[in-house]
Design a protein around this ligand. Structure first.
Ligand SMILES: [Zn+2]
Length: 276
């Protein structure tokens, strides 16, 4: 794990400096990633490398003086879908949810009221969404669910089919890694890993691995290699463009989190006639 000194880490501070951060109404960001297989061409750290790489690129884009602090990355997360492959580490969903809520409660105890959950791993999505709501309900804090894979990609960066089906170790993640951590990419293992989703779409099925009617999948259901997508479309120049694009988006999210009116987070229960 590359805990780069370029980021303003929570764990580098002392109690009085954390208190000052809370008084400054800082945004605290928790990176969430995974330690899980990404086929034979990418390392187990892929989602973590991408999270920290995007964050490092986002910080210089923030408006000057914006108070930001970064929590130690939350790994491993929920990777049950990759547990059939050696090296994957995974927390059970209830363990992960309890841990995440307790980390958020610790942040709230320090007086911080703006928390961004920045998640680069699809398997953590449900976890992040549930934890964010629990924290909002219990702590009356702003909790942002920022999933990098939901950030709109640059137009024409990759074919629509690859963006839709290259879910894991495909062109997008491989390009990001070719820019952020090229020494970790095993180029000789790059191949086309066609997801079952491509065939189902070609047959005109509504059902697929994701989308309006997605089925629960283990990675080997999509492709026996554990990867899916076409990483042959990736190169470092595309990765650089994607990092710039997604980091700009992340910086904007952090700024919006700082500007959000906390008075809008109503503490009282709504009147009885407004309850659903
Ligand atoms: Zn990944």
């Amino acid at each position: 794990m590359n805990l780069t000194p370029a980021l303003p880490w929570w764990q580098d501070l002392t109690p009085s400096r954390i208190a000052a951060l809370a008084r400054a109404d800082a945004v605290v960001l928790l990176p969430l990633a995974a330690i899980e297989q990404h086929g034979e061409h990418l390392p187990l750290s892929t989602d973590l490398d991408i999270a920290l790489g995007l964050l490092e690129a986002a910080v210089p884009k923030l408006r000057p003086g914006l108070p930001l602090c970064v929590l130690p990355p939350f790994v491993p997360g929920c990777s049950l879908e990759h547990s059939g492959f050696a090296g994957t580490l995974a927390l059970g969903a209830s363990t992960a949810l309890a841990s995440l809520v307790e980390i958020g409660a610790g942040v709230a105890r320090a007086g911080v009221r703006r928390l961004v959950l920045f998640n680069t791993h699809g398997g953590n999505k449900a976890l992040v969404d549930l934890a964010a709501l629990e924290l909002r309900a219990a702590q009356r804090m702003l909790v942002v669910r920022a999933h990098s894979f939901r950030f709109p990609p640059p137009p024409d960066a990759l074919p629509a089919e690859e963006l839709r089906h290259g879910l894991h170790g495909g062109a997008l993640e491989t390009a990001l890694m070719l820019h952020l951590a090229p020494h970790k990419v095993r180029r000789e293992a790059i191949d086309r890993f066609e997801s079952i989703g491509v065939r189902m779409a070609a047959e005109g099925r509504v059902l697929g691995p994701e989308g309006e009617a997605g089925f629960a999948w283990m990675a080997q259901d999509l492709h026996p290699s554990g990867a899916c997508g076409d990483p042959r479309l990736a190169d470092a120049a595309l990765g650089e463009r994607l990092v710039e694009h997604f980091a700009t988006r992340l910086a904007r999210i952090i700024e919006d989190a700082r500007d959000f009116d906390l008075e809008g987070l109503v503490e009282r229960s709504p009147p009885p006639d407004h309850r659903g």
